[in-house]
Ligand binder design. Structure first.
Ligand SMILES: *Cc1c(COP(=O)(O)O)cnc(C)c1O
Length: 415
């Protein structure tokens, strides 16, 4: 496996990084691909692809079961990956790292294990108005099923959370704050640490949706002091179908299992079954072994470059892109928070987002058009859809220039 040759002092060598991502080197509709849909899913470096290929060619076997060599190797790599995740987010113990299929499953795990088993009718779950559907719908389902109350922290027209309203909503009835660290629809960074401390002060627990944040900002779950943190592999240069739920050990220990099956038990008999210890209690069935190993490779890749270096580079690129985009006539950026990262959602007077998206694709520019799984955000801004360009550290100024040129061309055709 090759190591990324980037000096942390010298900042980011984008050309070198781009060479690590084979998918970027192609033409779409006769134009060089400009991939600006990282908010939906990121591309994978060769380092990740190679690790998965190596696993299937050399070590493939089930984990935690076999006495034979391959099973032991697979188990070592799988459990090694858990340590990699632990260090990446600075969890206290590897027992606090639960592998799931992604952010959506991680949030559902908290909903169905933690909330369902310990909340009563009238207990309140607080979310913000800019959540992804996966951090809205599980709570709505529990509203119907066990009578919890969902409360929503409003936002202003820049897409910033109204902090005073948040404080007003907090009470001893608040049992859980479930909040995004970085909005996928707007790019807003929430004042997480402050919110966590305020929620704890009324005795509430805090679940952070880190799906967008994980690839763009340093995450230290002990410094944040969050109770749960959820993210997906595929948004941080790793495979689809794998994700993480971090939870504080005492909470996870007290929670009942969420799925029943193999690997999550110690003893099964018809007179009673004894559950396994953490983290296995929450990992029923054969996990996505290659995905987990690939995730560790993705996190290693990011660590090698340094998330601080990435954040700084992306911040500069976002400012460059924002200035260039605002120069386009009739373009309005949706989401202009003071604290922002990696995302530019916009609409253009007289232009349908879906028409724009199609014309951009015909020029090789991949962006996302739609509600971005955040329909309440669209409703708030009075639009049915936006066009969203979302950045990763392999994007460069040439990508932004190509986007702007393609938008200008599309607009001249559509108007
Ligand atoms: C993508 C995303 C999710 C859902 O992630 P999945 O990988 O689809 O489970 C949740 N929240 C935010 C903010 C996201 O960007």
């Amino acid at each position: 496996m090759t190591v990324v040759a980037i000096s942390k002092q010298k900042g980011l060598d984008v050309e070198r990084i781009r060479a690590d991502f084979p998918v970027l080197d192609q033409k779409v509709s006769g134009h060089p691909l400009v991939y600006l849909d990282n908010g939906a899913s990121t591309q994978k470096p060769s380092q990740v692809i190679d690790v998965i290929k190596y696993f299937y060619e050399n070590d493939n076997s089930n984990v935690h079961r076999g006495i034979h060599t391959l099973s032991q190797r697979a188990t070592d790599r799988f459990e090694g990956a858990r340590k990699t995740v632990q260090h990446f987010i600075n969890a206290k113990s590897e027992a606090e790292i639960i592998f799931t299929s992604g952010t959506t499953e991680s949030i559902n795990l908290v909903a169905h294990s933690f909330v369902r088993s310990s909340f009563a009718a009238g207990d309140e779950v607080l979310i913000s108005a800019m959540e992804h559907h996966s951090n809205i719908v599980p709570w709505q389902m529990l509203e119907q099923q066990i009578g919890i109350k969902l409360k929503v922290i409003p936002i202003n027209d820049k897409g910033e959370l109204l902090y005073e309203e948040f404080e007003n909503l907090l009470s001893e009835k608040t049992k859980l704050l479930a909040i995004t660290q970085l909005s996928n629809a707007l790019g807003t960074i929430t004042p997480l640490k402050k919110m966590i401390d305020a929620a704890h002060a009324v005795g509430a627990k805090v679940l952070v949706d880190g799906a967008q944040a994980i690839a763009h900002t340093d995450v230290d779950v002990q410094a944040l002091d969050c109770d749960f943190y959820a993210f997906s592999g595929h948004k941080i240069f790793s495979p689809t179908g794998v994700g993480v739920l971090y939870g504080k050990r005492a909470l996870l220990d007290a929670m009942p299992p969420y799925k029943g099956g193999g690997d999550m038990i110690k003893v099964v008999s018809f007179s009673g079954t004894e559950f396994n210890e953490l983290p296995y209690k929450f990992e029923a069935g054969t996990p996505n072994i290659a995905g987990v190993i690939g995730l560790a490779a993705g996190l290693d890749y990011v660590s090698e470059i340094g998330i601080g270096v990435i954040a700084e580079y992306e911040h500069e690129l976002l400012e460059y892109a924002t200035d260039k985009m605002l120069a386009i006539e009739g373009l309005r950026i949706i989401g202009t928070a003071a604290e922002k990262a990696s995302i530019i959602s916009f609409e253009i007077d007289g232009v349908h987002a879906s028409d724009l998206g199609t014309l951009l694709d015909s020029q090789g520019v991949a962006i996302r058009v739609g509600h971005h799984c955040a329909m309440p955000v669209m409703e708030f801004f009075g639009v049915s859809a936006t066009t969203r360009a979302s950045l990763a550290f392999y994007n460069n100024k040439a990508d932004i220039d190509a986007l702007v040129a393609a938008v200008n061309k599309a607009v001249s055709m559509l108007r």
